[in-house]
Design a protein. Sequence first.
Length: 353
Amino acid sequence: MSKRLKTLAKLAIICASFVPSLAPQISIAAPTQYLQSPLFLQMLDELETEHQFNRQDLVTLFSDVYQRDDILEAMSKPAEKTKTWSDYKPIFVNDLGTKRGVEFWQKHEAILSKAAAEFKIPEAIIVAIIGVETRYGNYKGKHKVIEALSTLAFAYPPRSAFFYGQLKQFLILSRQLAWDPHAILGSYAGAMGYAQFIPSSYLKLAIDYNGDGVPDLINSPDDAIGSIANYFRHHEWQPEAPVLLPAKKVKPESEVMLNMMNKPLDPTITLEQAAKAGLVLETSRRGDFLVRPFTFINEGEEELWFGLKNFFVITEYNHSKLYARAVFELATAVESKYQKATNKSPHLPLTIQ
């Protein structure tokens, strides 16, 4: 064997020693299927003509972008669609998560108070979003964002159009912030940083909140806090208004009742309309707010709740009633523990009832 071949053989053995556990778990497809795809060529045309990208630079960039079958698998069975509330809740609402939420709040108390005052968003909601999304910044995702978005744009027909747009936005964002697109890691759906913003949200709603001139949601908890507050204000969070209220059925199920519980996530039903159908609040609280009835399966039992405008605002982050309830309950638990631990009140308390 020649000296050169021996060297290559040694390098192959060394490289293989670093990835034995990955080989059987991750299936990848060659990037050529992107480079020859009509949709990829369409994207090149659009980026070149509409945003003045260099076509050859893009071809070079994507020559090292691979389709990830593990991402396609993750998209096919998200926890929000496969679990009941009793299975989903412990993932995010637990003693450790609450404890770490209080610690995060104490560490970033000043910036959270500033954001609550400026944007009128409760500190507890901001903390809970970061807790649910990234375990307070400890887990921001392991996937290359460019590969996640490319896989979903070119190989996931159910939402190809959405992720095609996000991929273009990611490339624009990377150029704007001078990122190496291959270096940015995130979720299997292409969300990034402490706040887990998708590219379009990053471009539109991320803000520089620590004064260094760059909206850095990857490394700056301050920027993430300000950007989450900005996101919730953009989606019209109602300060000091309820989020989720317990309800009950006082009549047998009817077609009208079932239709109310199968409407889109946004609340459009008055309390009077709900009552006529047999759905009422468990408490004596009254108001002119709109609601959307939701059922949750908890330990085999059905629970009925009324989601209000603020509940819907949380679903703008993730279109799932399980997700929104987890954020709300974690926020409630963290705020309660924070007050007990510090003997301080939030700048803008989360209204529970």
